[in-house]
Design a binder for this molecule. Structure first.
Ligand code: MG
Length: 264
C-alpha cells in the first residue's frame, strides 16, 4: 500500500465487473455495481494514474453503470470495445466477425434447450446455464464444436461459456498495455478469465524489478478457488471489495473514504 501511495501517479487499479464489483445474478441484464463501488473507483481515479474496468460486458452496458465515474476507463468485450470521449469504439480486427457472431447467436437459439440464456453481445455470445447446471456438458460440447467449426475462441466462466472472434484481446492483453507506463498495478477479479491478468502482472514483475503487481481474488464457490490460490489478497464477496478499497483510499494523506450511498 505504501509503495502504491508513494508512486500514486504511476499506479493503476483494474477491475473485472461481474462477481468482483457486482453480484452474480440469474438475469445478467439486471446487475448493478455493489453499493459504494462506483464512488470508490471514482475516488481512486483522482488519486492514482489509471483506474479501469475490464469486462466481458459490452462497453455501452459499462457506460450506463459508471456514468458517475467519468475518469474511470472502460473496456468492454474483453477489450474488443473501448470508450473514447463517451463513444464506444470497436476493435477494427474484431468488427468483421460481426456477421459470423450473429449467425452463431441464431444457431444457439435454434440448437440449445430453452433454459439456456443466450446473450448476444454482437461480438461475443454468452451461453449461461446457471438456471440448469446439469446442462453444462451439453452446452460446452456444443460451444466447442462451434468454436472449431467457425474458428472462434472459447472462454469458460461461472456457469457460462462464451464464444468470441479469434483476435488477441483478453484481460491479460488489456492489462499489459494499460500497465506499460505504470510501476504499480492492482487487478481485482473472480473468474478463470481474470487469471490472464494475474499472469501478466506476475510476468511483468519477473522481468521488471521496478514493477509491483498486486492480484486480488474475490472468492466464490464456483471458480474462485483456483484464482484465490494465485492471488496476493482474497476478499470474500463483491460487497467486500469497496471495504478493501476504503483501506487503500484512506492510506492516501488527507483522503478519507467517500461516504457510502445506497444506489451503488
Ligand atoms: Mg467476473
Amino acid at each position: 500500500m505504501t509503495a502504491t501511495v508513494s508512486e500514486s501517479r504511476k499506479s493503476g487499479f483494474f477491475f473485472d465487473f461481474d462477481g468482483t464489483i457486482a453480484p452474480i445474478m440469474r438475469d445478467p441484464g439486471a446487475v448493478l455495481p455493489v453499493p459504494g463501488a462506483v464512488e470508490r473507483l471514482q475516488a481512486l481515479s483522482s488519486l492514482v494514474g489509471r483506474v479501469a474496468v475490464v469486462s466481458a460486458r459490452p462497453a455501452a452496458f459499462l457506460c450506463e453503470r459508471f456514468s458517475r465515474a467519468p475518469q474511470v476507463a472502460l473496456f468492454g468485450l474483453y477489450g474488443m470495445q473501448t470508450v473514447v470521449d463517451g463513444q464506444v469504439r470497436t476493435d477494427a480486427e474484431a468488427e468483421p466477425w460481426a456477421p459470423v457472431m450473429r449467425g452463431l447467436a441464431a444457431d444457439a437459439a435454434r440448437d440449445l434447450p430453452g433454459e439456456i440464456l443466450i446473450e448476444d453481445k454482437a461480438l461475443l455470445v454468452s451461453l449461461h446455464y446457471r438456471s440448469v447446471p446439469a446442462l453444462r456438458g451439453a452446452v460446452e460440447r456444443w460451444a466447442s464444436a462451434k468454436a472449431a467449426e467457425l474458428g472462434l475462441r472459447e472462454q469458460h466462466g461461472r456457469m457460462v461459456v462464451e464464444l468470441r472472434p479469434p483476435v488477441e484481446r483478453d484481460k491479460g492483453t488489456v492489462i499489459a498495455r494499460e500497465a506499460e507506463s505504470l510501476t504499480r498495478a492492482w487487478y481485482f477479479g473472480d473468474d478463470i478469465s481474470d487469471g490472464r491478468a494475474f499472469d501478466v502482472l506476475r510476468c511483468r514483475e519477473e522481468h521488471d524489478a521496478g514493477f509491483m503487481g498486486v492480484s486480488v481474488a474475490v472468492a466464490n464457490g464456483e471458480t474462485g478457488d483456483e484464482l484465490a490460490r494465485r492471488a496476493d489478497f482474497t476478499v470474500d464477496s463483491p460487497e467486500d471489495t469497496p471495504v478493501l478499497l476504503d483501506q487503500v483510499i484512506s492510506a492516501f494523506p488527507g483522503h478519507p473514504p467517500p461516504a457510502l450511498t445506497l444506489d451503488g
